[in-house]
Design a protein around this ligand. Sequence first.
Ligand SMILES: *Cc1c(COP(=O)(O)O)cnc(C)c1O
Length: 381
Amino acid sequence: MSEIDVHKIRELDPPQRVLMGPGPSNVHPRVYKALSMPIIGHLDPRFLQIMDEVQALLRWVFQTTNRFTLAMPGTGSSGMEATFVNTVEPGDTVIIGINGVFGNRMADIVERCGGNVIRVEAPWGQIVDPQRLEDAFNQANTPIKALAIVHAETSTGVRQPIEELGALCHQHDALFIVDAVTSLAGIELKVDEWEIDVCYSGTQKCLSCPPGLAPITFSDRAIEIVRNRSSKVQSWYLDLNMILNYWEDKSRAYHHTAPINMFYALREALRLVQEDTLERRHHIHRRQSNKFLMGCEDLGLEFFIEEEEYRLPMLNVIRIPDHVHDLAARQTLLLDYNLEIGAGLGELAGKVWRVGLMGETAKYANVVYLLEMLEPLIQHK
Ligand SMILES: *Cc1c(COP(=O)(O)O)cnc(C)c1O
């Protein structure tokens, strides 16, 4: 352990990095500026107005008319946790599609809530076949509370097709829960059209805002379940019944202090997406990803996901060539070139790199820079 002399800690000077990992992504100057605006009270009428504006922008970005759309304190994981602690009661059964780290985390949380998990697993790098999810419903001998799945599995770079799953869930009277932490504003996501009941996200991926809030939206069907629980939500902090009193109630009852300046930042980040339009953001992700993958092919790098259709444009996963030292190469990129790329997670550690092109990071200059810096690092010695 290094001994730090507190009297020698100097003014903060973080380096300027190009963030091409799985998040955080780079932040627009307007968002930094918003973060530094004067703080006001969390019950100040102007702040309540700002919350309403953030809510309207979130409805827009989620493509929903859901009344219960908000930003929870904490990162994307707090959205994940809030989703399950509020909807799952002890003894409930939840079907979870699992093909990476984040599907496993959802299962862990459901079990911590006392729920039973029916795991529908697929090898990492592949989608969970929708037919197998349907089979899981048909073979279950108990009512299913919900089906949960990750839209953009950031650990593998797989885009899960989810368009048809909402209708399937509703045939079986189950909630449809979607992790959209990496997909929101990255690829097409239509909460209402796809009949999603709970959808949560984070701020530091394709919204290009610092981490700290979890945008989340609940259908009326989901809210009814939360309101009619027979047991109390075991998490006091994430109990939606109380949080909604702050967001919804005329009295705006105090629950926790909203992270005020994070709301400023999220508001500005959402405004930037809106000025660009969602369609254009999606297009930019696809375009820069194509350029990056073409460059990788030229360098002889292989893609982890075989089927092009299921590759995420904002998270490109490439195999590390056998002769290349993973950590040494990433450290050279980071320390010599101020360029961060993502390591493999879980069973993919040491095998792949995850290259994020999210939001502000998705720029041709960054793609070219990374390809230029990678070339000498992957050459045979
Ligand atoms: C990043 C991520 C999370 C967790 O979000 P944090 O902001 O790191 O807490 C959850 N799910 C997916 C798919 C993610 O990519």
